[in-house]
Design a protein around this ligand. Structure first.
Ligand SMILES: *Cc1c(COP(=O)(O)O)cnc(C)c1O
Length: 376
């Protein structure tokens, strides 16, 4: 059959009118328990709310279809998905995590897994020589985050996979910044794609969730499914329903995010009050050539450093009117975040770094807002 394009999959994958009512929009099924027939067989595909639910089953099928994976598992947050991956490790294992990864990815490991006899090496995202040097025979997990948060570094997924495979390690890609509409890590050999569905998948800043999507239906999936089922960090039916609601519009939302981010990045790159812009779509970005090969679009996230250090960044963050000062990303509204101000002394972010989640307003208005505070 003709292979459906992403826009079509987003609308039609795991989505049919409800056979009982004809409802075109999926019904929200809050029931925690599901009846059996006279032969004591479950009537539908669900038995108990923690183990499965019709909304979660449909969401997981949508996620697998969009990433081109065999199967997906939905969790109650992105961190719950990361935690499930860590829980799949055994004592004595070694893990490699980017030193500039999403902060929670590192903090969770340091706080709760090192004391369980699992060791970690932290390697700067995109530094393939350092990654190769950090590999050990007992390396079980290679964690890739590309583009990385908050500096938008690009890691060569195919090369990371090759290094992981050489020692039998699993390669997981946190593709939250990219979404399957800008990057498809499974096509480069990754074993698992991880998403914080709180971000672009939700798209409306109103649902917290996470996901793991698996290249194959095998022992790794089985182990993670067991952790999802028994540890129980599952999303509510309503959380799943909100994501089911958001996914059909996602390819077109992403086009808007990408289009606007490209324009804002170009504007910032040409502004005399700006010292540095991190956006993989800019030819000056060190990962641009790689991103051009590995991504089909450059995403809706960027960061930049105004000239004048921490104080200048505070002035910009406090002076903008359209950008909302808030953490998180991926919603229709543009957000600005001064990482160093939030993370405090432990921050690995440059002091002047401002992270922008570019929303769906008109690019000219976003640019005018930034221009007004930069050109004071
Ligand atoms: C937000 C985020 C996470 C964590 O997801 P939560 O839904 O907040 O638990 C992990 N990785 C990246 C890149 C993120 O942006």
């Amino acid at each position: 059959m003709h292979r459906m394009r992403p826009e079509t999959l987003a609308v039609h994958a795991a989505r049919e009118p409800d056979p009982h009512t004809g409802a075109v929009t999926p019904p929200l099924i809050m029931s925690t328990t599901f009846a059996r027939n006279e032969g004591y067989k479950p009537i539908g595909a669900s038995v108990y709310g923690r183990s499965e639910n019709p909304n979660r089953i449909a969401l997981e099928a949508q996620l697998a279809a969009l990433e081109g994976g065999a199967l997906a598992l939905a969790f109650s947050s992105g961190m719950a998905a990361i935690n499930a991956m860590y829980q799949s490790l055994s004592p004595g294992a070694h893990v490699i995590i980017p030193s500039d990864s999403y902060m929670g990815t590192r903090m969770l490991f340091d706080a709760h897994y090192e004391r369980m006899g699992i060791s970690v090496s932290k390697v700067r995202a995109g530094d393939m020589q350092a990654l190769a040097d950090a590999m050990r025979t007992e390396t079980a997990l290679v964690w890739v985050e590309t583009p990385s948060n908050p500096e938008l570094s690009i890691t060569d997924i195919a090369q990371a996979v090759k290094l992981a495979q050489a020692v039998g390690a699993t390669c997981v890609v946190d593709s939250t910044f990219a979404t399957p509409f800008c990057q498809r890590p499974l096509e480069f050999g990754a074993d698992v794609v991880m998403h914080s569905t709180t971000k672009f998948f939700g798209g409306h800043s109103d649902v917290t969730g996470g996901a793991l999507i698996f290249a194959t239906n095998g022992p790794l999936y089985e182990r993670l499914r067991s952790i999802q089922l028994l540890a129980g960090a599952v999303p509510s039916p309503f959380d799943c329903w909100l994501l089911q609601r958001s996914i059909p519009s996602m390819p077109w939302r992403m086009r808007g995010h990408v289009d606007n981010a490209g324009k804002v990045a170009q504007f910032l790159a040409g502004h005399k009050a700006v010292a540095r812009v991190n956006y993989p779509g800019l030819p000056t970005h060190p990962g641009h050539a790689l991103a051009t090969r590995q991504m089909c679009a450059f995403g809706g996230m960027l960061s930049f450093e105004p000239k004048g250090g921490f104080e200048a960044a505070q002035r910009v963050a406090c002076g903008v009117r359209l950008f909302t000062r808030a953490t998180s990303l991926g919603g229709y509204e543009s957000l600005i975040e001064h990482r160093a101000a939030i993370e405090g002394a432990a921050s690995t972010a440059p002091p002047a770094l401002l992270r922008l989640s570019i929303g769906l307003e008109h690019a000219d208005d976003l640019i005018a807002d930034l221009d007004a505070v930069l050109t004071l």
